[in-house]
Write a protein that binds this ligand. Structure first.
Ligand code: ASP
Length: 308
């Protein structure tokens, strides 16, 4: 095979005793749908960009993950979502922040990349752009899930916000994301999230910020992050890994280890990421208790993981 793909469905306090066998099965099913959707595109000689978008769409549509349907509630009881996509062949990127009622935010990010002269759009403006290019909207009910609502009820009268996967032990799911290498040797990354429960004041996390939660460059790596966005922003995680490879000549594995297991840990940045380089090496490091993840490597071997 000349292609490979990896994805995540969020990192956090995910331990075996916190998931029922049924829930575990349901998560693995969601991961399988997504990795299969991305891999199908790569097998048909589609691009890495198309593959990561297809994988993320599946995860957005799957209610257990905190993106698209199943996104967390913000302080005023709405779903405000962030997403980003980037391709390593030409450093083209598109991102959206704080968008509401967009059925698949990753498709809007992709439209920003391919159908506008811009990289990042936010809020009302991004939604007006979505209308102008025919992106599908969904009403509030579509995004509702009972477990997200319960999470929010616990917090809504406070000014606290919460990483989706660090409270309510049974319901640990966060951001989703994917990275891929296609048969043309190009890599890409995509990330999509509902952010953090009870977030307010238009809070934006790392996911839609190029270089923080999402990055791709054929010369180094493609990365999609999940975790406490504030810390990932301050550590400029994705670009830091790329820089360690570009300027210090480190391997993907070495660069990921330094950033996730040392630099992030030192500032209290809980989370993880999926990463790929142009040779098809895959890394899925995390410093939290668990991270929903799946991959298909260059040898065609499929793996799934949830716990450490
Ligand atoms: N990184 C995301 C954010 O801070 C949250 C997550 O990964 O669960 O918005």
């Amino acid at each position: 095979m000349s292609h490979a793909i990896a994805l995540h469905g969020g990192a956090g306090t995910i331990a075996p005793e916190l998931l029922t066998p049924e829930l575990e099965k349901a998560y693995l099913h969601g991961l399988d749908l997504a990795i299969s959707a991305g891999n199908k595109i790569l097998l048909a000689n589609g691009s890495a960009t198309e593959a990561v978008a297809a994988a993320v769409i599946e995860l957005e549509n799957y209610p257990l993950f905190n993106a698209g349907k199943g996104a967390v509630f913000n302080h005023v009881g709405k779903h405000e979502m962030d997403a980003a996509i980037m391709q390593g062949v030409d450093l083209m990127a598109g991102t959206v922040a704080g968008v509401k009622n967009i059925k698949n935010p990753i498709l809007l990010a992709q439209a920003v990349m391919t159908q506008s002269a811009h990289v990042m759009m936010a809020g009302d403006g991004a939604e007006a752009f979505a209308k102008s290019v025919g992106i599908e909207f969904a009403d509030d009910d579509y995004f509702y899930t009972e477990q997200r609502y319960k999470q929010w009820l616990d917090l809504k009268d406070s000014s606290n916000y919460q990483l989706d996967h660090s409270a309510n032990p049974g319901n640990k799911m966060g951001t989703v994301g994917a990275v891929a290498l296609d048969s043309f040797g190009n890599i890409a990354a995509a990330t999509s999230t509902g952010g953090m429960t009870n977030k307010q004041f238009g809070r934006i996390g790392d996911s839609p910020v190029i270089g923080a939660g999402t990055y791709a460059n054929n010369h180094t790596c493609a990365i999609s992050c999940t975790g406490h966005g504030e810390l990932f922003l301050r550590a400029v995680v994705a670009y830091d890994i790329s820089c360690l490879m570009e300027y210090k000549g480190l391997s993907l594995k070495e660069a990921c280890n330094i950033v996730v297991m040392d630099k992030l840990v030192k500032i209290g940045g809980e989370g993880g990421l999926v990463a790929i380089d142009a040779k098809g090496n895959i890394e899925m490091p995390f410093n939290s208790e668990g991270m929903y993840r799946a991959s298909i490597n260059m040898a065609g071997e499929k793996t799934f993981g949830i716990y450490r």
